[in-house]
Design a protein around this ligand. Structure first.
Ligand code: NAP
Length: 440
C-alpha cells in the first residue's frame, strides 16, 4: 500500500450535506487517498447541537461545538453550515490559519465573495465552491477552467429545483401555483418558508456566482435583477403552452456588446418563456440545468441534480480532492478572476423578445390602436392572436377579446413604457401578463 502524507480535514456542519460528506470521507478514505495523493483525515465535525439526530451514523467522538479550535492546524476546512454568520468568520479564520476552504455556501459567496477571495489571495490559499451553484452539476470548474480559453457569451440556467418542480407540475397538470407549492412543501421539495426559492433570491445568488466566473467580473448581488414565480398562474402556463412555450425560472447572464465595441453584462432572474424545442424546456421536476453559449465552444448544456444531501456531497468531495492535490503539489491557489470587470447594466437596457397578453374591448379599430402604440414605442409585432372572450350574441362584437402579442426583439425600457401606455389607452381593459422570451 502506498504511504501518503496525511492532510487534516475539518468539517463545519453535519446537516443534509455535511453528514453525507463525513460518511463518504470515512467510507471511501482509501480510494480518496489514492486519487488525492494524500490521506484525508477527518479531524472533527463542528455542529451546534451535539445531540441532534443525524441523517447517517457518524462516530460521536468526532463531534464538537468548538469550530474555532477545530480549524486551527487543519489543511482543508469544509464549510457546510450555510448562512452568512458564523460561516463568514470561520471561513476567514480558516484562510488566515493556512487552510484551503471548500464551501457550498452560495449566500456567503454572493454577498461576501470578494472579501473571502481577497483574503485567500493574500495568503495564496484557494477557495473551492463547486457545490455553491447547481448542486451536483459540475459547472464552476467548467466555467473557471475548461472555458478559461474561451469567451462566454450567455448562460441560461435553471438553478433552483423547487421552482422548476412547481412550474413543471403546473405545466403538466394545469394546476395552480398555491396548490403545487403546498404539495411541494408536504413532499419536502419546498421549505416551510419558500420565499428564498419562489421569489428568486436563491437563483439570484447563483446567478451572481456564475456571472462573476463567466465574465471575469465581480458581480454584486444587487446588480442582479430578480423576479420570482408567484405571479405565474395556470392561465399563463396554458397560454404559453398554446404558443409552443414552457415557463421556466431562468438565471440569465449575458455579455452585451455596444455598437462602439464596448462591453457590459446583464444578470437577471425571472420567469421566462422557453421554446419547447429548447434543451432547457425538457428539464423536469426538481432537476437543474445550465446552458452555456461560448464564442468558440458553441452551445453546452450541464444537467443533473441541483440539490440533495448526497448529490451535493459529490461536488464537495471533488473539491476536497482538488484541494488535497494542490496541498501536495504546492504553489499558490487560483485566485478569483476579476480582470475584465465589466459594468452590469440595469434591466431597462436588456434586449429580448416578449409575449404581451392583453384583454381589450372587442370593437373595430382596437387592434389598429394597439399596433399604433406598439409601433410608436419602437416595439415591433411578430405575431398576434385574438380570441373573443365574451361577445354580443347578434353582432359577435362589443364584448372583450384576448390579444396575445409576440414581439420582435425590443429594449426592456421601451417595452415597459409602451405597456404603460397600452394600459392607459382606454381600449385595454387589463394587461394580463408580460413575459420575456429567452433562448433564441
Ligand atoms: P443544514 O442541513 O441546515 O445543516 C447545517 C449544519 O450546520 C448543521 O449540522 C448545523 O448544526 C450546523 N451549524 C449551523 N450553524 C452552526 C453554528 N453556528 N456552529 C456550528 N455548526 C452550525 O444545511 P445543508 O442543507 O446541509 O446545507 C449546507 C450548505 O450547503 C448551505 O450553504 C447550503 O446552501 C448548501 N447547499 C445545500 C444543498 C442541499 O441540497 N441541502 C445543495 C447545495 C448547496 P446542528 O446540526 O447541530 O444544528
Amino acid at each position: 500500500m502506498t504511504e501518503y502524507r496525511t492532510l487534516r480535514v475539518a468539517l463545519l456542519g453535519a446537516g443534509a450535506v455535511g453528514s453525507q460528506v463525513a460518511d463518504l470521507l470515512l467510507k471511501h478514505g482509501d480510494e480518496l487517498a489514492d486519487r488525492a495523493g494524500a490521506t484525508l483525515e477527518l479531524a472533527g465535525i463542528a455542529v451546534r447541537d451535539l445531540d441532534a439526530k443525524r441523517d447517517v451514523d457518524l462516530p460521536r467522538e468526532l463531534f464538537t461545538t468548538d469550530a474555532e479550535t477545530l480549524i486551527v492546524g487543519s489543511d482543508i476546512v469544509i464549510e457546510l453550515m450555510g448562512g452568512i454568520e458564523p460561516a463568514r468568520t470561520q471561513v476567514l479564520h480558516a484562510i488566515a490559519s493556512g487552510a484551503d476552504v471548500v464551501t457550498a455556501n452560495k449566500a456567503l459567496l454572493a454577498t461576501h465573495g470578494s472579501e473571502v477571495f481577497e483574503a485567500a489571495d493574500q495568503v495564496g490559499a484557494e477557495v473551492y465552491y463547486e457545490a455553491a451553484a447547481a448542486g451536483a452539476i459540475p459547472i464552476i470548474r467548467p466555467l473557471r477552467d475548461s472555458l478559461a480559453g474561451d469567451r462566454v457569451v450567455r448562460i441560461m440556467g435553471i438553478v433552483n429545483g423547487t421552482t422548476n418542480y412547481i412550474l413543471d407540475r403546473m405545466d403538466t397538470e394545469g394546476a395552480d401555483f398555491a396548490d403545487v407549492l403546498a404539495q411541494a412543501q408536504e413532499l419536502g421539495y419546498a421549505e416551510a418558508d419558500p420565499t428564498a426559492d419562489v421569489e428568486g433570491y436563491d437563483a439570484a445568488q447563483k446567478a451572481a456566482i456564475l456571472a462573476s466566473l463567466a465574465f471575469h467580473t465581480t458581480v454584486p448581488l444587487d446588480a442582479v435583477h430578480r423576479e420570482g414565480i408567484t405571479s405565474v398562474d395556470a392561465a399563463m402556463i396554458e397560454s404559453a403552452r398554446h404558443a409552443g412555450y414552457v415557463i421556466k425560472l431562468l438565471a440569465v447572464c449575458e455579455r452585451l456588446t455596444a455598437a462602439d465595441g464596448s462591453e457590459s453584462i446583464s444578470v437577471r432572474v425571472y420567469p421566462a418563456l422557453v421554446d419547447r424545442s429548447h434543451p432547457l424546456a425538457s428539464v423536469h421536476g426538481a432537476n437543474n440545468a445550465v446552458f452555456v453559449q461560448a464564442e468558440a465552444a458553441g452551445d453546452l448544456m450541464f444537467y443533473g441534480a441541483g440539490a440533495g444531501g448526497v448529490q451535493t456531497a459529490s461536488a464537495v468531495l471533488g473539491d476536497v480532492v482538488s484541494a488535497a492535490r494542490r496541498h501536495i503539489a504546492g504553489g499558490v491557489g487560483v485566485g478569483e478572476s476579476t480582470r475584465a470587470n465589466l459594468p452590469a447594466v440595469p434591466i431597462g437596457h436588456v434586449i429580448t423578445r416578449y409575449q404581451i397578453t392583453l384583454e381589450v374591448d372587442d370593437k373595430p379599430g382596437v387592434l389598429a390602436t394597439v399596433a399604433g402604440i406598439l409601433s410608436e414605442g419602437r416595439v415591433s409585432i411578430a405575431t398576434v392572436e385574438q380570441t373573443v372572450i365574451e361577445a354580443d350574441e347578434n353582432t359577435q362584437t362589443g364584448g372583450s377579446a384576448r390579444l396575445v402579442i409576440g414581439t420582435h426583439k425590443a429594449r426592456e425600457q421601451d417595452l415597459s413604457e409602451t405597456v404603460e401606455r397600452l394600459a392607459a389607452s382606454g381600449v385595454v381593459e387589463r394587461v394580463v401578463s408580460v413575459l420575456r422570451v429567452e433562448g433564441n
